[in-house]
Design a protein around this ligand. Structure first.
Ligand code: HSE
Length: 344
């Protein structure tokens, strides 16, 4: 049995534990420790990370604490102790991914983060491995389940932004601070991770233009729909020959004929444009305990297969020079507001 420690028993950590239990640990995995600051009634719960760090039986650490403070410290200590680390923490991966990948490599272990983008959708491994014959020139995605849920419900039911946000929070989709979801930062972290992997250089979220959906009203959605568009918050990363790459998030009008327009509720989707494949689309549940646990557990199983880093090999710590967002606003609403239109 491979022994695992789960750091943080929130939606993701508890989801990983539940799926492992129901699958009998896939015959290979057992959770030995759960690190959490709360007094949970579970004999596996510990509060001192050094127990995990110094236990030679622990081979894989699941970091599902979120945020950057404790998560960064524990991740570095776990990697230095030659334990694989698997995470759903997009904030930490987006900010410190290059450094943590290097540390993992130096210690002969993996730092894997399939769950950090797109919840249960396999996207990191396909981008890093299956698209290996391609130059990926364009990534466009619906990467935040909470905002997609809000926009879908505002359009379908004509409810206000605040009402739709409360519903998303009740369902456990939103971050503890929902401003990261609705102001575009969560989407920004995810598109930066994909851009880092596709373009091989570091794109810190603070360097990109980030717009969210707080200003969207039911009237915008009604008017967009009448004009043949779905209104979506998109993350985009693209580069044209001879130009600097562009990485940003913004609300877009997506023609209803485009497959991204049909992506509703908490679902996410990402379209990669490969130089050999053309467009490839990945679709599925972008948030929630079980989809995210699926991605985390797949990464744990990968760690058992190989200590050779499987993803992120080409992500250099050198910052990528980027240009401001492209695409001028192509649609004017009757109140004068303008919005970009996604071309095909
Ligand atoms: N709050 C995130 C979302 C969770 O709504 O997409 C998954 O990263």
């Amino acid at each position: 049995m491979t022994k695992i420690a789960i750091l943080g028993y929130g939606i993701v950590g508890a989801g990983v534990d539940a799926v492992l239990r129901e699958a009998g640990g896939f015959g290979a995995l057992a959770v030995k420790y759960i690190l959490d600051i709360r007094d949970l009634s579970d004999s596996r719960v510990v509060k001192d990370f050094s127990l995990v760090e110094n236990d030679p039986e622990i081979a894989v650490v699941v970091e599902s604490i979120g945020g950057r403070k404790a998560a960064y410290d524990f991740t570095k200590r776990a990697l230095a102790a030659k334990k694989h680390v698997v995470t759903s923490n997009k904030e930490l991966v987006a900010e410190n991914g290059a450094e943590l990948l290097r540390l993992a490599k130096e210690n002969g272990v993996n730092y894997l983060f399939e769950a950090s983008v797109g919840g249960g959708i396999p996207i990191i491994h396909p981008l890093c491995q299956c698209m290996g014959a391609n130059v990926v020139t364009d990534i466009v995605g619906i990467l935040n389940g909470t905002s997609n849920y809000i926009l879908t419900h505002m359009e379908r039911e004509g409810v206000s932004f605040d009402t739709a946000l409360k519903e998303a929070q009740k369902l456990g989709y939103a971050e503890a601070d929902p401003s990261a979801d609705v102001d575009g930062l969560d989407c920004a972290r995810k598109i930066c991770i994909l851009a880092n992997l596709a373009f091989g250089r570091h794109v810190p979220p603070v360097n990109i233009s980030v717009e969210g959906i707080r200003g969207i009203t039911p009237a915008h959605l009604r008017e967009a729909s009448k004009a043949g568009y779905a209104l979506k918050l998109l993350g985009r990363a693209h580069k044209k020959a001879g130009e600097l790459p562009r990485v940003y998030t913004a609300p877009y009008l997506v023609p209803k004929t485009h497959p991204l327009a049909a992506v509703t509720d908490v679902f996410n989707a990402v379209v990669l444009r490969g130089s050999v494949t053309g467009d490839v689309m990945f679709y599925g549940r972008g948030a929630g305990a079980r989809p995210t646990a699926s991605a985390v557990i797949s990464d744990i199983l990968d760690c058992l297969r190989s200590a050779d880093p499987l993803c992120g090999r080409g992500w250099s710590a050198d910052p990528l020079d980027i240009a401001p967002p492209g695409d001028a606003a192509g649609f004017t609403f009757s109140n004068g507001d303008k919005m970009r239109v996604l071309d095909s």
